[in-house]
Design a protein around this ligand. Structure first.
Ligand SMILES: CC(C)(COP(=O)(O)OP(=O)(O)OC[C@H]1O[C@@H](n2cnc3c(N)ncnc32)[C@H](O)[C@@H]1OP(=O)(O)O)[C@@H](O)C(=O)NCCC(=O)NCCS
Length: 142
């Protein structure tokens, strides 16, 4: 999991995560595994009573384009609904991918302060080039 995240972080696609941080948040992760090991991962990180972040989404290069990314995001959304979250959000440079999963681009000012918890450790801070997207989980769409 760390290797996949590190490789994507080196390409500035996701935020780097320290190993200790990954252990602390181990229960956030959904992991896709095949015969070659970890094929993909995503994390659902709870911020507030009704708000969680979908983050650390990476699919192994050889599996990309095969629907694993969608499966992982769907798993995170399913868990968020199970936990009675009303909204999930993400920050991304590929908004079109998340729009396919029902997320909608929003002004980042719409997100609560807690959503910016990781910004200080981002190498791009304060020059963020990511889009904030929200998915309403009360819309009745699975
Ligand atoms: C983004 C990523 C997770 C997608 O995983 P994947 O398994 O290749 O995606 P899927 O095959 O499930 O694609 C689902 C849909 O999204 C589309 N899609 C895939 N990558 C996309 C991208 N970069 N931009 C826009 N749409 C994308 C697919 O065409 C597919 O569309 P469809 O519904 O019309 O069939 C993967 O490319 C990856 O790991 N990228 C590097 C890390 C990264 O950028 N993570 C996101 C950080 S926010």
């Amino acid at each position: 999991m760390k290797q996949l995240l590190d490789a994507a972080a080196a390409e500035r696609q996701v935020l780097s995560r320290r190993l200790a941080e990954m252990f602390e948040n181990a229960r956030d992760f959904h992991v896709y595994v095949d015969a070659d090991g970890v094929g993909g991962l995503v994390a659902l990180h709870i911020d507030l009573i009704d708000l969680a972040e979908v983050r650390s989404l990476v699919v192994r290069h050889d599996l990309r384009g095969g629907g694993i990314g969608r499966l992982l995001v769907q798993a995170a959304i399913k868990e968020a609904k199970h936990l009675e979250m009303s909204r999930v959000y993400t920050f991304t440079r590929i908004p079109a991918f998340f729009e396919r999963m029902g997320f909608v681009a929003v002004d980042r000012a719409e997100l609560p302060y807690k959503a910016f918890k990781d910004c200080l450790q981002c190498p791009l801070f304060p020059g963020c080039d990511e889009t904030a997207l929200l998915r309403d989980l009360t819309d009745g769409i699975s």
